[in-house]
Write a protein that binds this ligand. Structure first.
Ligand SMILES: Nc1ncnc2c1ncn2[C@@H]1O[C@H](COP(=O)(O)OP(=O)(O)OP(=O)(O)O)[C@@H](O)[C@H]1O
Length: 545
């Protein structure tokens, strides 16, 4: 109900009212038809017949208008709910901590969008249509019972029973196919992401065919399962239509027999036939609602789990936590969930404001993890982190501390937009002067300026139209766009040529003179030369350099 929002709840009420009006109109249509046919057959007076015809036309028109209203209300409600759920899911994904992101599958947030679609279009929409169908169908059945109780009840029980028997028999298959479709969404997205990510290697290894085959297998199961669900959805209708036609002949026989000939029975038969014709699509909606719920249990659970996660809380930007003297780690350790060994142990480290420190050590020794702890991205499993004399514990403090931090990652993320928009990526209102200043500091201005479209040049998906070094300098410019007292560079200069590195080193000197604290993770001796201190990590512990 909460997912519907106030607009959605209003639409739900409108839908309920329209359904009741629609039920009355369906009932009225059949009664008016019977009355019209009887007046014709009995050769009633012209104005009686004309009155009956007029009544029939009015009721049919009213039923049509109401059906259109129902269509609009249902579709609007479903699309509105899809929008609300999709945004709610994205907010939950964004609300997760860094560690949850780092450990989740990259395809999961994308697959969640498809799962919301599945939930809305295969469960909610059929459910809304099914609920209306139940009420409208009830009214039609009531009209048919009023016309001929025995015939209507016999036909309804026989055909309705068959309909739901078919659904019940298919339920196991529906559930399996639904689970396959649900898993298929994530697997297809993961396969596409992997193929695109590995494109250069695939081309060089001549393995694009292998990648295509891998994708084909993933998609095969997905498509087969989708076909199964569509077939199962349509089967009860075909069954009932086929048997219904035979039953209709039987009924015609039975009604004619009871009415002394075909002519007197015609009005009843015509009303029954029209009722059956109106009931079939309604029954189809009900079948889709039942199989939608059966097939999409996994998607329902997945989306419900996501919605039960904490929502993104909007905070007025807190003022940055005062950072005048030092960052201090006191016996800090960190243990990634699911790992046997701690990534960091017994870390005692003080970094003075304005210091330039390098973290060195072999791959996997814990450098990035230590930087993540210092940036407040991961919380120490034990030990404490102090900023000046303030211990960093409450999440408000962490957010306030993070306002002091600029970070250039090992593999920077670049958006498929312009140079300028990438540099000012974190700013809702980019300032061009600051963009140019940041590019100058990062040694990128001359290169951007020489481009025909300058700062408006697009960088391509993930920055693919730039060289590795240009990408790194663009990421550096982004970090320098908003001056922060702590700058963390995680292997951020590994792709720079000596000249560009010189330029970056000069920029770092200038920043340090302004009191910026710099934490470098680097392997190259040239980057380490200007550092005040070198901290060596080995298996998550600080050792002598
Ligand atoms: N998200 C994660 N989940 C589980 N384990 C992780 C995660 N990130 C890192 N690790 C593990 O923690 C240990 C330290 O990794 P970390 O990335 O901090 O090392 P590093 O010194 O920065 O390595 P490199 O020089 O290769 O970048 C490694 O054993 C790594 O496998």
């Amino acid at each position: 109900m909460q997912a519907l929002g106030s607009d959605g709840r209003r639409r739900l009420v409108a839908l309920a009212l329209l359904t009741i009006a629609g039920a009355a109109a369906e009932f009225g249509t059949l009664v008016a038809l019977l009355r019209l046919l009887r007046s014709w057959l009995t050769g009633a007076h012209d104005d009686v017949a004309a009155g009956s015809a007029l009544l029939f036309a009015v009721v049919v028109l009213a039923a049509g208008v109401i059906r259109f209203g129902l269509l609009v209300a249902t579709q609007r409600l479903a699309f509105e709910t899809a929008h609300r759920l999709t945004v709610a899911v994205q907010r939950r994904v964004l609300a997760r901590g860094w560690l949850a992101h780092a450990q989740a599958r990259a395809s999961a947030p994308l697959a969640a969008l498809d799962q919301v679609d599945l939930l809305v279009y295969s469960v909610l929409l059929p459910l809304l249509q099914g609920a209306s169908a139940l009420v409208l169908g009830g009214a039609i059945l009531a009209a048919l019972i009023r016309i001929d109780v025995v015939t209507a009840l016999a036909a309804a029980l026989l055909l309705g029973g068959l309909f739901f028997l078919a659904l019940w028999l298919c339920r196991g298959r529906t559930r399996r196919a639904g689970a396959a479709v649900n898993a298929g969404y994530e697997a297809r997205i993961a396969a596409v992401q992997e193929n695109v990510g590995a494109m250069r290697e695939l081309i060089l290894a001549g393995s694009r065919g292998v990648a295509a085959e891998r994708f084909r297998k993933v998609d095969r199961g997905f498509s087969d399962a989708r076909a199964s669900i569509s077939i199962i959805n349509a089967t009860p209708r075909i069954l009932v239509e086929t048997l219904g036609l035979i039953a209709l002949i039987g009924l015609a026989w039975w009604v004619t027999d009871r009415s002394d000939g075909l002519a007197p029975a015609l009005p009843t038969l015509a009303a029954l036939a029209l009722g059956a014709q109106r009931l079939l699509p309604l029954a189809q909606s009900l079948a889709q609602a039942v199989s939608g719920i059966t097939a999409n249990g996994a998607a329902i659970d997945r989306v419900t789990d996501l919605l039960n996660e904490a929502d993104l809380t909007e905070h007025a930007p807190a003022p940055p936590l005062p950072f005048q003297q030092q960052i201090r780690l006191d016996s800090v350790g960190f243990h990634y969930p699911g790992r046997n060994e701690a990534a960091l142990s017994d870390i005692d480290l003080t970094i003075a404001r304005g210091e330039r420190i390098a973290l060195v050590g072999r791959n996997g020794s814990g450098k990035s993890s230590l930087a993540d702890v210092i940036m407040g991205l991961i919380k120490p499993s034990w030990g404490r982190l102090f900023i000046d004399s303030h211990v960093l514990e409450a999440s408000e403090d962490v957010r306030a501390w993070q306002r002091n931090v600029a970070h250039v990652p090992q593999a920077p993320f670049l958006a498929d937009t312009t140079m300028a928009a990438n540099i000012a990526f974190m700013d809702g209102h980019p300032d061009h002067a600051r963009v140019v200043e940041a590019a100058r500091l990062a040694g990128l201005h001359a290169m951007i300026d020489a481009l025909p479209r300058g700062y408006e040049t697009r960088v391509g998906s993930g920055g693919l139209m730039l060289s590795g070094g240009q990408r790194q300098r663009l990421a550096l410019a982004r970090a320098l766009y908003a001056p922060a007292p702590l700058l963390v560079l995680d292997e951020a200069t590994s792709a720079l040529d000596p000249e560009s590195e010189e330029h970056v080193l000069a920029a770092l000197d200038a920043l340090q003179e302004r009191g910026v604290t710099i934490l470098l993770i680097a392997h190259r001796a040239s980057m380490l030369e200007h550092c005040d201190r070198i901290i060596r990590l080995q298996a998550g512990r600080i050792v002598e350099p």
